[in-house]
Ligand binder design. Structure first.
Ligand code: LER
Ligand code: MN
Length: 262
């Protein structure tokens, strides 16, 4: 298993500085934000040329909303995501983290055409993901579906819902990621949820129960990590969490804690 950290959590001004620092901390990768990627791609490639550390993933950062009631908004989301998948391939990253929609539903109740708004949203997403799966497959990266807790989205909250979508699409371009903070709220058994998702699991976000660095809350990482190890998970786990002061010291503490478990 490889460890990565989101770029904003690493002290430093320029990406090159952050990459050097993250490598010194002992990380294998850095997760970058998708926003403004077109303008940043050359700077990122340049920064990568001087270090061993890699870009693990691109986190979201597309405009629009895949489940908006507005066609333009949906179109922009699909277009931007397609473009980000291309950038992910150029950076040799796993893929692009995708939250189908934040907040509540934006689509109308179309009963009896669809039995619920959720069913309509799902059908719409399937159409969009079929299109995106071809792009992702062509360039060899993944759309990483991320379930969030109920306070951030009504749509995908548990791993099994994302797995079901990936299964139905049936393309290596569509995969699933797991975030320990969200799982801590939504899954009745984190280890079991991971075990059932192994076939489609391509990325992980790490945070403790309070969304602080792993080791600074009360989440049990031991059992889920055991499941990941047994399932042959050898991909990135990225820190997406609050870093309490003193930051550098605590990042080092957390990475040591995680290495002792994996
Ligand atoms: C939001 O809470 C989150 O976990 C992010 O990874 C969404 O992109
Ligand atoms: Mn996350």
């Amino acid at each position: 298993m490889k460890l990565s950290i989101q770029e904003n959590l690493v002290p430093g001004l320029k990406l090159e500085e952050k990459l050097i620092k993250a490598e010194r901390f002992g990380f294998d990768g850095v997760e970058v934000w998708g926003h403004g990627m077109r303008e940043r791609i050359e700077e990122i490639k340049q920064a990568l040329s001087t270090v061993k550390i890699r870009i693990s993933t691109i986190c979201s950062g597309y405009r629009g909303d895949l489940l908006s009631a507005n066609w333009e908004e949906r179109r922009i989301a699909v277009q931007d995501l397609g473009e980000l998948l291309g950038f992910a391939a150029q950076l040799e990253a796993t893929g692009v983290i995708t939250v189908p929609t934040f907040g509540g539903p934006k689509l109308p109740d179309l009963r009896p055409l669809y039995s619920s708004v959720w069913e309509l949203e799902r059908a719409l997403l399937m159409t969009e993901l079929r299109e995106l799966s071809k792009v992702a497959e062509d360039v060899g990266v993944h759309v990483l579906l991320e379930p969030l807790n109920r306070y951030e989205t009504h749509f995908l909250c548990r791993l099994e819902q994302a797995v079901c979508i990936a299964e139905e699409i049936g393309s290596p371009g569509i995969a699933v990621m797991a975030d320990f903070f969200h799982m801590n709220i939504e899954e009745s058994d984190i280890a079991e949820a991971l075990r059932r998702s192994m076939k489609y699991l391509r990325h992980i976000h790490l945070a403790d129960s309070n969304r602080w660095l792993p080791g600074f809350g009360h989440t049990d990482f031991r059992t889920p990590f055991k499941v990941l190890k047994e399932g042959g998970y050898n991909r990135y786990m990225t820190l997406e969490c609050y870093v309490p002061e003193p930051k550098e010291e605590n990042i080092l503490k957390s990475i040591q804690y995680l290495r002792s478990l994996i």
